[in-house]
Write a protein that binds this ligand. Sequence first.
Ligand SMILES: Nc1ncnc2c1ncn2[C@@H]1O[C@H](COP(=O)(O)OP(=O)(O)OP(=O)(O)O)[C@@H](O)[C@H]1O
Ligand SMILES: [Mg+2]
Length: 357
Amino acid sequence: MNWDDTTDAEAAAERLVGAVADGEDQAVEAALRPKDLGEFIGQEKVREQLDLVLRAARARGATADHVLLSGAPGLGKTTLSMIIAAEMEAPIRITSGPAIQHAGDLAAILSSLQEGEVLFLDEIHRMSRPAEEMLYMAMEDFRVDVVVGKGPGATAIPLELPPFTLVGATTRAGLLPPPLRDRFGFTAHMEFYGPAELERVIHRSAGLLDVEIDPTGAAEIAGRSRGTPRIANRLLRRVRDYAQVKADGLITQEIAEAALAVYEVDARGLDRLDRGVLEALLKLFGGGPVGLSTLAVAVGEERETVEEVAEPFLVREGLLARTPRGRVATPAAWAHLGLTPPRSQSSGNGQQDLFGA
Ligand SMILES: Nc1ncnc2c1ncn2[C@@H]1O[C@H](COP(=O)(O)OP(=O)(O)OP(=O)(O)O)[C@@H](O)[C@H]1O
Ligand SMILES: [Mg+2]
């Protein structure tokens, strides 16, 4: 899946259930970010491992090992990077792969780091090649070669760096060259959150935003949040608006359901686009298999939008499968839309019959 292509990122950000941050998210997220590991909800394994790494470094009076955070958008990578700095009582410098065009940009940042500082490099997979190679040496030997001059007269001046902790974040760990991946002492793979964890995220955010919510309301929003805290927080804000305007402000299950019906986010977190794709697949193509291009035309969307914006979640939810012969709906898809599969499909895997007939 590609989260980086600008048009897809924009298409995804426009959606209420898109995982990429929009302008409003960025404005409120700072206020909702947990400040230390104890406040960080879920991701038990990552938390436990990171806690050990940081505690041990603190006990040794050393700078923590470099940390790589990998996971889908909105799961808490930026949040964790700030927590790492806070737990180490170290300052943090924030930059990103796309912001580092030339090795010189990176050299300037590295040479101005203080001892023990955390350097957060977001979207690290999008760094340029020469910068990447400079980073290898900086991570391993705390040294960079700064090239002065051009052409045959150019000389490399070695520069010592103070020990620092690099925290890299990526939505696409698979794109990192192995030499870079290997230089991280610890890699945290962030998973999607379970419903109970999302409920805790929602209750916590509601408290910070001064929103009244009961447990049934939190459960309802959690179930529609696609395993992603950022989406949970966003849905919470929209439901809060509804509760304020249409009711007395208290978010109950009933209010959450009514509010999210207005925004066309269904009980499983599918929005209009997702449902459009599923509906076309079921109603027009009998559940498939159907080619991606045909399916895209049927829903009036670009191929890329269907493939990169709608499908990943449908596949993750077990509603749609990508097969060599095309897209296929699963029995769960028929059930979710309240439709009855054609007889040859009701066994659960009758696509072959349809096609062979
Ligand atoms: N474990 C958590 N507990 C509570 N809130 C969380 C947690 N993880 C994320 N959040 C909330 O979700 C929002 C998004 O998190 P964050 O910005 O860290 O995601 P990200 O992984 O950096 O996303 P991106 O890939 O888009 O940069 C933040 O506002 C944060 O408050
Ligand atoms: Mg981030």
